[in-house]
Design a protein around this ligand. Structure first.
Ligand code: Z15
Length: 805
């Protein structure tokens, strides 16, 4: 459909009249946003219906990406871009007397995720649709997304994220597609006359799962896929069972909030119910759809792929078994073969506190039929493989162990593919963390390095650079991110180099203004913008960054006229509300900011800016303005990282350890165009094996480290008596779990190197250019194409569509 500016403007005027009974000139940005959203919806409605129909009539194999988190951020601009009408709408609105950007601001971020894992799921949704791949998301429609972060006296305070308060224009409630989900009570297997067993449920509860669908619009290809999020309701038939308000409340709260922990699992009742809720609703609706195709169940894997994003949806395995056994009357062997062929699993971490385990009693109590099936999967696994492997290995790999259900083991045993998210991470899975499984199932393991949606993270968020690219290398990079390579030809072109710097400068001015407005801190766009944005976690080592800042500060104090390239250290990070150590780091960074930003001796050589409420929208502001990308996790701990890719794409220079995808970024840009420091993964493991890491020794040998660490406990940094001690103890008393002190000197040298490079302006511009030119590799388009071919066995649909339409 071709949408002209004239038609668009008329529609806006007309709809405003219908919806709000007012002239467009009287409309508020909020009203305009809602009307614009509903107009945009009509622009993709036909393609959405058609995509559903095509998949059904052509019996296209589809993937369902199950994730307990999705983090799309705002969707208006992304939909406009993908529909190919961003400029039309922007110009149309201007002619009506409005600015698109003001209207865009009205949309609340859809923040149904914590961090990397949820954002990856959303980048994949964008890429799957944009590559014309038949794929859908399946998740939870939380009433409250990730908490809103405020700082009060430097402390993190959490406020509820009431994202649905003004309604959600993009979602479509599909009452008719609701599904009953059963939990609790007892279950008995009753023998039937023909010898089969049928489950009988007593005192179990039924809850209604209602889907809300959101369109995932492909990039200018007429494909519109679906993100289906489930919300809980009490079915009418069950109303009488709820005697008290509290009873109802407990159930209605099931999809109320997103658990705010990133990479940290603690066994919690409601969380387990959340997991089963969206898994059961999703798998039931998939099987219901498959049955419409009238194909034998044994061929399900030719039509359906289910992806388990981290272990949270691992109950997909026993739930599919339950449906096939109890409701479709298949034999165990048949059901198992289908299930394993349909399922695939991604592991996102090797950190043991993030590997989900549920107590047997809890699982039995809440999900008795799931537990029975898991027990049987476990029994058969042990039985089958004990013939070939030593008893210890079987004991280590079985699902039920030490009174707990090990969800990663369930996901690996119950699927045909387990992948890691970067080369190093996958190697560690194979060789260390999941080595036992690799021995049993070597063919199941594979790598899929993460990627990012270049549409959001460059085309939308960095227009100055995007326009420059169009001018320099034409526009093909917008379709094929690999064409960013064409920029490499301009590495000696002074005009292009300075244009890149000008684009960056423009973005820095905009960020400086935002910083002024939100924090009242004045920063110069001529300073180096040094950025660390990610969840606050000990392994990511925001502390290492802070120690270096303190060192620079003491250098200035010791030598007041020290020559130094001015720097703005920018942080964005939320801490899990229960993670007191992470909160202590936030408080300490904020107090250090007070100290340094207000010390007249510093004379603007250093500034610390900790921006509140880091989220997708704030990332879109910060990333285009970044000069330096801090990727400083302890080697082996960050499975992949994705902000590293976003910052690279926007021309920041990476300062990194050899961890996660940083290694692949180095390989892509060459070691002259990245600054690497710190222990390697081998060196880290050597410390583990020798058990000879000695933080106190490092402290005692280094006057600099002593000076910096003492600042935490001697009052130099004000108002952190408690937090300062906690941090100091983590390093000295508890022997520095993440080897911060060991990497300190190496990090300081690397930071010196950054400064030298920055002072060579042309060299810096070249590095920046080379980073942009080589970022196409990390497009999620490539990543999902690899998943599609190697794991899901699905194919793009538009080759066919183009012929038929
Ligand atoms: C999460 O955001 C990640 C891993 C997890 O196990 C959980 Cl529970 C949440 C992150 C990784 O830390 C990060 O390295 C990776 O880039 C991201 O998942 C996407 O794979």
């Amino acid at each position: 459909m071709k949408i002209t500016k004239k038609v668009f403007k008329e529609e806006m005027i007309q709809r405003l009249k219908e919806k709000y009974a007012m002239d467009i000139s009287d409309a508020t940005p909020q009203e305009l946003f809602h009307v614009l959203g509903s107009v945009v919806k009509t622009y993709y409605a036909d393609d959405w219906v058609q995509t559903w129909k095509d998949y059904l009539t052509e019996e296209t194999k589809q993937v369902y990406y199950f994730s307990i988190e999705f983090l799309p951020g705002k969707m208006l601009k992304s939909n406009l871009l993908n529909l190919g009408i961003l400029d039309t709408v922007r110009d149309g609105l201007t002619e009506l007397g409005f600015s698109l950007d003001d209207i865009v601001d009205q949309e609340k971020d859809m923040a149904l995720g914590n961090g990397g894992l949820g954002r990856l799921a959303s980048c994949f949704m964008d890429s799957i649709a944009s590559c014309g791949l038949p794929g859908n998301g399946n998740g939870i429609r939380y009433d409250y997304g990730l908490f809103k972060q405020r700082f009060v006296d430097g402390y993190q305070v959490e406020l509820p994220d009431e994202w649905l308060n003004n309604g959600n224009v993009w979602e479509v409630r599909k009452e008719s597609k609701a599904i009953d989900v059963r939990f609790g009570g007892d279950v008995y297997m009753m023998p039937l006359a023909d010898g089969r067993l049928k489950p009988v449920y007593e005192n179990s509860r039924l809850i209604k799962a209602v889907p809300y669908d959101t369109a995932m619009v492909g990039y200018q290809n007429d494909v519109v896929n679906t993100l289906r999020l489930w919300s809980v309701e009490i079915p009418a038939s069950e109303e009488s069972k709820y005697r008290s308000l509290e009873d109802r409340r407990e159930l209605e709260d099931l999809t109320a909030v997103l658990y705010p922990d990133d990479s940290n699992e603690r066994g919690r009742r409601i969380r387990l119910l959340q997991e089963y809720f969206f898994v059961s609703a999703g798998v039931q609706s998939i099987v219901r759809y498959f049955k419409k195709l009238n194909k034998p169940l044994t061929t399900m894997s030719q039509s359906i792929a289910i992806h388990i994003n981290d272990t949270h949806p691992a109950l997909c395995v026993p739930e599919m078994m339950r449906i096939l056994l109890d409701e479709c009357d298949l034999s165990w062997e048949q059901a198992w073969e289908i299930t394993v062929k349909v399922m695939s699993y991604t592991n996102h971490t090797i950190m043991s506190e993030a590997l989900e385990k549920w107590p047997i009693e809890l699982m039995q109590d809440l999900l008795p039929r799931m537990y029975q099936i898991i027990e049987e999967i476990d029994r058969r696994f042990v039985n089958q493989y004990r013939k070939y492997y030593e008893a210890d290995l079987i004991e280590r790999t079985r699902i039920i162990r030490n009174g707990q259900v090990h969800m990663a083991n369930l996901a690996i045993i119950g699927s045909h593919s387990t992948n890691g998210v970067a080369k190093l991470h996958t190697d560690l899975l194979k060789n260390v963390v999941l080595h036992d499984f690799y021995v049993i199932f070597p063919g199941r393991f594979n790598n899929k390095t993460n990627g990012i949606a270049e549409r959001r993270w460059l085309q939308l968020s960095n227009e100055p650079l995007a326009k420059l690219l169009d001018k320099t290398i034409k526009t093909s990079w917008r379709q094929k991110p690999n064409d960013l390579h064409l920029l490499q030809n301009f590495v000696e072109d002074d005009a292009v180099l300075s244009a890149i710097e000008e684009a960056k400068y423009k973005n820095k001015v905009a960020l400086a203004q935002y910083i002024k407005e939100t924090t009242d801190i004045v920063v110069s766009p001529n300073a180096i913008f040094d950025v660390q944005i990610k969840r606050l976690h000990a392994y990511k080592r925001q502390l290492l960054n802070l120690l270096h800042i303190l060192k620079l500060y003491f250098d200035i104090k010791a030598k007041p006229d020290l020559q130094m390239e001015p720097r703005v250290f920018i942080f964005g990070a939320k801490a899990a509300p229960s993670y007191s150590y992470a909160k202590a780091i936030i408080k300490t960074i904020n107090e250090t900011a007070q100290l340094i930003n207000n010390d007249p001796d510093v004379k603007d050589r250093l500034k610390i800016v900790f921006l509140e409420n880091y989220n997708v929208t704030l990332a879109e502001r910060i990333i285009p303005a970044a000069d330096v990308s801090e990727q400083i996790s302890l080697a082996s701990k960050e499975a992949s990282g994705t902000s590293n890719m976003k910052l690279m794409l926007n021309g920041a220079v990476t300062l990194a350890t050899l961890d996660g995808a940083n290694i692949e970024i180095r390989d892509a840009v060459g070691k002259e165009n990245i600054v690497i420091f710190g222990l390697t993964e081998e060196e880290v493991y050597a410390y583990y094996h020798a058990q000879n890491y000695n933080a106190l020794g490092i402290y005692e040998d280094s006057p600099t480290i002593q000076k910096v660490l003492n600042a935490f406990i001697d009052g130099t940094i004000p108002n952190i008596q408690f937090e300062g001690q906690e941090i100091f103890d983590s390093l000295i008393k508890y022997n520095d779990e993440f080897f911060v002190l060991r990497d300190f000197d190496s990090y300081c040298l690397a930071q010196k190197r950054i400064e030298e490079l920055y002072q060579d302006k042309r060299r810096w511009q070249q590095i920046s250019l080379i980073n942009i030119a080589n970022a196409g590799k990390f497009s999620a388009d490539h990543t999902v194409e690899r998943y599609a071919e190697d794991i899901w066995q699905i194919e793009p649909v538009f080759a066919h569509k183009e012929l038929t339409r």
